[in-house]
Write a protein that binds this ligand. Sequence first.
Ligand SMILES: *[C@@H]1O[C@H](CO)[C@@H](O)[C@H](O)[C@H]1NC(C)=O
Ligand SMILES: *[C@@H]1O[C@H](CO)[C@@H](O)[C@H](O)[C@H]1NC(C)=O
Ligand SMILES: *[C@@H]1O[C@H](CO)[C@@H](O)[C@H](O)[C@H]1NC(C)=O
Length: 431
Amino acid sequence: MWLLPPLLLLLIPGSSDLSAVIMGPGEASGPERGSLTVQCRYDPGWEPYLKYWCQGAEFRNCRILVGTTGSEQEVKEDRVSIRDNQTSRMFTVTMENLTREDADTYWCGIERIGADPNVQVKVAVGPGSSGVIMGPEEARGPERGSLTVQCRYDRGWETHVKFWCRGAEFRKCTILVGTTGSEQQVKKDRVSIRDNQKRRTFTVTMEKLRQEDADTYWCGFEKNESNPGVPVRVTVDPGSSAVITGPGEARGPEQGSLTVQCRYVPGWEKHVKYWCRGSDFSICRILVRTAGSEQEVKRNRLSIRDNQTSRVFTMTMEKLRREDADTYWCMIERVGSDHGVPVKVTVGPATTVLTTIPTTFTVPVTTEVPTSSPTVSSLHPEGRALLSSVHFLLLVFLKLPVFLSMLGAVLWVNRPQGGSEGGGPPRSENQ
Ligand SMILES: *[C@@H]1O[C@H](CO)[C@@H](O)[C@H](O)[C@H]1NC(C)=O
Ligand SMILES: *[C@@H]1O[C@H](CO)[C@@H](O)[C@H](O)[C@H]1NC(C)=O
Ligand SMILES: *[C@@H]1O[C@H](CO)[C@@H](O)[C@H](O)[C@H]1NC(C)=O
């Protein structure tokens, strides 16, 4: 009855059985230079109490390495950290960069007045596993395409920095990209890396591959000469550029049409060719494709035709709209990654249609240009002139001689007998 109310309160949760208050894994292990994680759970009511991690064979004499402040804030001391999660009633201890001397008996404890609830955790430090790593010996991707490499690592290396490094020798390799020790993706230029610490796998992606990217690379840990890396030989498949060439860009007028021709080298005649839309080659949308024959294929406003003799395939896009402007690809289908070259398509204003009118019809420059394609009416002024000149020629060479000969016949018939009146050289005005 003399106890202060807070102390009374503190005694209640653990009053029945101390060992029931807190539960741990019993034992934990990690590799030398790696890390390990221990999670201890506790019963409801103990959330705001201080939790700690303590080293020593006997709990009574153990040495507290790190402890919480009663909040969920992580606390870190040297290589050891602790974080309480009061929602899930569990605190997590992480020991990093393990050494053999770390192998010992430890305790998860909860501080209170009187005997602290605790649970023993025996920590073993494994045979100096190098941490690394299994990787694919080889990785390949097509030029302009991408490739992905996955490297696995041992338990205990989850929170370590992983990197992707280039060069024949690991010691001298150049780090292209590295993680921060978290699962956050890191991207530099065309290369990205992401660590999946649950699966103990990190993934490297190289994009927009070039021929020069072919080399030896390494999956590695923090740049440390004694940290091994795993070599991965990267091959870039013979460039599509060696197989297929295109115009690079094409331009057509709104409402008009455009034609793109792509050439390919011998050996690809019987392959399916297609026309594909989208900035990314690997996920572009196929719009129209051949059947591997020379037969023209039409789809909506598009057509494709392969000329296997001249090794050129031709795409035509009709009734162009402004929304058609995009990156397209001339593609050749094959097993594995298809070959392709990008073609940047732009759609200009409709006025350019007028340039298709033959130059002999010089179109007067007008300030107002019709937006639709020109019709006969736009040719009228010139056309009418032509028609009237035809009429004139008809008049001169056909109608006039007929008229004159008829007139001549009439005069011949009505010729005056003798030199009567009205004769003489007649009607010179008619000539
Ligand atoms: C605590 O654990 C819960 C459930 O596992 C989780 O949703 C929450 O994010 C954790 N809180 C912190 C601060 O980690
Ligand atoms: C790990 O420990 C070694 C030796 O104690 C030290 O040189 C190294 O910097 C440590 N590495 C980390 C990541 O703490
Ligand atoms: C690299 O690892 C070795 C082996 O544990 C360690 O002795 C050394 O201090 C480490 N060096 C660096 C720079 O972390």
